[in-house]
Design a protein around this ligand. Structure first.
Ligand SMILES: *Cc1c(COP(=O)(O)O)cnc(C)c1O
Length: 351
């Protein structure tokens, strides 16, 4: 606490990201991609003329938005970009959810959502997941000031099909429905095709997971022109140049390599399913996943102790200390070798 902080800042409870350890650990705690980005990214960075950094970047990030629009089959003016999808989410919360009625979100979802609510003074209401740890879409259609959820959801891993999102949008048309698709490329079904039919749908995505560019900080949103314009109004009241020229060049290069993207995500999916079977054999209950992580709990052993045992053996996973998730570990999918180390360590601990 400091006397220099505004009263609101004293009240904040900031989001706590997964640790970035300084020593060498098998790092399976923040859902980063274990494979490098497309080779073209390195080329774009190496060949970028440093002299260009003298100038401000394009405030509209036109070239990057055009590349995203082409990749996803939408118009450039249906695309918004930001410095990581966390920034896009923050701008969206400000632009759309400061309403008189509370925002609705699942009780278990990306834990940044309630943090933004407190920062922007947005009231919200959480809804319990159903008996299968799935987002209760029916309940999200209740009266509200807006709806936000991740699909596939984090940290549970389940994704609803596009048809189910479409049904929700049939019922909710007067307020914004924000679908966070950070993990959609690992087996989910994107709602982007619905933005032409539903002007209140905002779909948010990121280069951090399936494009292996968490360090670059690039995120985006797709939606109707009126939603994109709302985001631009807030962005231009905050930072005119969120995307630096280097990030833009690298992002465009990543989008240009469809083959690399497909190969990496298929490897992650194959490794996930292999890891799932092995965790199952070790006595874990593993929730089905359409993401690059698994949420698992052991039938007998305490998750906190498993977390500690793994850490002692040089393996870092995520353990949330919230009531609902206390029994679980969230394990990001690494390379096959990394997952073999995980399984070996768990075998040693379980013995
Ligand atoms: C990782 C993640 C993000 C944030 O991604 P950045 O683009 O790196 O800021 C957003 N939403 C969910 C659900 C995530 O898991």
């Amino acid at each position: 606490m400091s006397k220099f902080w505004s009263p609101e800042v004293r009240e904040l409870t900031p989001y706590v990201p997964g640790e970035q350890p300084r020593q060498r650990l098998v790092k399976l705690n923040t859902n980063e991609n274990p494979y490098p980005p497309a080779p073209g990214v390195e080329r774009a960075l190496r060949e970028f003329p440093a002299a260009h950094l003298r100038r401000y970047p394009d405030p509209e990030s036109w070239a990057l938005r055009e590349a995203l629009a082409r990749e996803h089959g939408v118009d450039v003016d249906q695309v918004f970009v930001g410095n990581g999808s966390d920034e896009v989410l923050a701008l969206a919360f400000q632009a759309f959810f400061r309403q008189s009625r509370p925002l609705l979100m699942p009780a278990i979802s990306y834990s940044f959502y309630p943090v933004y609510c407190r920062l922007y003074d947005i009231s919200y209401r959480t809804l319990a997941l159903d008996d299968h740890w799935q987002v209760p879409l029916d309940a999200l259609s209740a009266d509200s000031g807006g709806v936000v959820f991740a699909n596939p959801n984090a940290p549970t891993g389940h994704g609803h099909p596009r048809s189910a999102i479409a049904r929700l949008l049939e019922q909710v048309s007067e307020r914004v429905v924000l679908v966070d698709e950070a993990y959609v490329d690992f087996g989910g079904e994107s709602a982007v095709p619905l933005i032409d039919i539903h002007p209140n749908l905002l779909v948010v995505g990121t280069f951090s997971k399936s494009r292996s560019l968490a360090g670059l900080r690039l995120g985006y949103a797709f939606g109707s022109r009126e939603l994109i314009e709302g985001l631009e109004r807030v962005k231009d009241s905050f930072n005119s140049y969120p995307i630096d020229s280097l990030a833009s060049a690298a992002g465009i290069a990543a989008l240009a390599d469809r083959g690399h993207f497909e190969a990496c995500r298929e490897r992650v999916i194959a490794t996930r399913e292999r890891t799932r079977r092995r965790l199952d054999e070790l006595g874990f209950e593993v929730l089905p996943s359409q993401t690059n992580f698994l949420l698992a709990r052991h039938h007998d052993l305490d998750a906190g102790e498993l977390f500690g045992g793994l850490r002692e053996r040089g393996i870092l996973v995520r353990h949330f200390n919230s009531e609902a998730l206390r029994d679980f570990l969230r394990i990001s999918i690494g390379t096959d070798d990394e997952m073999d180390s995980l399984i070996e360590a768990l075998e040693a601990i379980c013995r």
